[in-house]
Write a protein that binds this ligand. Structure first.
Ligand SMILES: Cc1ncc(COP(=O)(O)O)c(C=O)c1O
Length: 455
């Protein structure tokens, strides 16, 4: 048979399963013959599963071939991080045996009677692919619950809607610019008040608490100055005032740091970053082990509707499988790069929690597994920073972070441009500051790229 005569692989009929363990979901042919042309399902549409009883029958696991999607919880508790990332929420699909979680695009789910369904009714309220992602991410933060969102800011907004007019929030001054914008330009209009503090200074946190403070918002390491907050100690102060603690764990990732073990009540993620890891999906997540908070958040997730698409959930599930591998390599690369930058004459300061010059290295070493893939450094002034960024060949000049490829950016003009210049300067984000998101490339190439751009 010549190459052209061969059937295209996509057109090949499915090979009949020898053992008959995985049943085709098409009804018996006699049944199909009775359907009129108009009643027949379109060939591209999945045929109804098991039409008789109305129940979706999972393929029997008796043979042991097709396991239920979620492993038993006792088993899960003994698993390490990467095993959890690969297997929680995503065992072989019970219906087909597919080892990769299917993308359930359905926006609505058939009910067997009014209010009688299999846990899914409507795509905004819940979706099986999203549920698989939420189970997996909850396991990675060692949380009881996770809620997935269409972006990190969608997650943040939904979380902030737990507050009422008159409530007060204390937040780490060096937060992501978009978080600041949400607080300052949006939520203030609804009567919520905010105080920025250097949360690395416990006395400053204590002093800023009032009888209206309901939330303390932390990032550690911070963006872009990689400052470190002692989450345990701040949580104690916040809880003694009856305030909840929310930690944006985007920079650290659950592989390096688990804030719920350090006293936090809610963890926030822009899963756009390390969790996805491939610069191809925007997403967010909230994790908590507090049942009351989970219920309120679940209500707001549905009421506000900032939910991710099933395809985005699938991409995130795919990305998170390699989180530990990626973050280990990124942390090793970042440590070498920070060390090399420190001895470069054009560099005036390097910010990296793993360097012995970092004021809170000891706290970072206590609460993080490694020091992460983000490095910032300062050059003389803005023109030097711009010139350096434009001369880079491997690092792409781009916002965002956490992906396999290395990125560089200018916080003052890019990610943190929404912070007024005076506030920015006060918190130390100067015009000569460059932020690097270190990828998984060969570190020697990354160092050479930076050194040549700085020369
Ligand atoms: C630390 C941090 N938190 C939250 C966000 C917001 O996430 P998203 O862009 O997914 O809305 C970002 C985005 O850069 C971030 O860096």
């Amino acid at each position: 048979m010549s190459k052209d005569e061969r059937p295209h692989p996509a057109a090949a009929p499915p090979t009949s399963p020898a053992s008959g363990e995985v049943k085709p979901s098409s009804p018996a042919s006699g049944e199909v013959k009775r359907l009129s042309k108009d009643e027949r399902p379109h060939p591209a549409a999945a045929p109804p599963t098991s039409p008789a009883s109305g129940e979706v029958k999972p393929v029997s696991a008796a043979s042991g071939e097709v396991k239920p999607t979620s492993p038993a919880s006792g088993e899960v508790k003994r698993w390490g991080f990467s095993t959890l990332a690969l297997h929680v929420g995503q065992g072989p699909d019970p219906a087909t045996g597919a080892v990769v979680q299917p993308i359930h695009m359905a926006t609505t789910f058939a009910q067997q009677g009014v209010g009688k369904h299999k846990g899914f009714e409507y795509g905004r309220s819940g979706n099986p692919t999203r549920q698989a992602l939420e189970e997996c991410l909850a396991a990675l933060e060692d949380a009881r619950h996770c809620l997935a969102f269409s972006s990190g800011l969608g997650a943040e907004t939904t979380l902030m809607l737990l507050l009422d007019p008159g409530d007060h929030v204390v937040y780490m001054e060096d937060v992501y610019g978009g978080t600041f914008r949400l607080f300052d330009k949006v939520l203030k209009r609804y009567g919520i008040t905010f105080t920025a503090v250097d949360a690395a200074d416990l006395d400053a946190v204590e002093r800023s608490m009032t009888d209206k403070t309901r939330m303390v918002w932390l990032e550690s390491p911070t963006n872009p100055l990689l400052r470190i907050v002692d989450i345990d100690a701040v949580s104690e102060v916040a809880h003694s005032h009856g305030a909840m603690v929310c930690v944006d764990n985007t920079f650290a990732t659950p592989y390096l740091q688990q804030p719920l073990h350090l006293g936090a009540d809610v963890v926030v993620h822009s899963s756009t970053k390390y969790i996805s890891g491939h610069s191809d999906v925007v997403g967010g997540a909230l994790m908590t082990s507090n049942e009351e908070l989970e219920q309120k958040l679940r209500f707001h997730q549905n009421a506000v509707g900032a939910v991710p698409s099933p395809f985005d959930c699938w991409l995130l599930l795919r990305g998170v499988k390699t989180l530990a591998l990626r973050v280990e390599r990124q942390s090793e690369n970042a440590m070498e790069l920070a060390t090399a930058l420190r001895s470069n004459k054009a560099v005036t300061r390097v910010f990296y929690p793993g360097l012995d010059t970092h004021p809170n290295r000891a706290v970072a070493a206590r609460q993080m597994r490694m020091f992460g893939g983000m490095v910032s450094f300062e050059v003389k002034d803005e023109p030097t920073a711009f010139r350096t960024l434009e001369r880079l060949r491997i690092f792409a000049l781009a916002e965002s972070l956490g992906a396999v490829e290395s990125l560089a950016e200018h916080p003052a003009r890019m990610t943190h441009a929404s912070i007024p210049a005076a506030d920015r300067q006060r918190s130390g984000v100067g015009d000569g500051l460059i932020r690097l998101s270190v990828g998984v490339e060969d570190v020697a190439d990354l160092i050479a790229d930076l050194e040549s751009a700085l020369s």
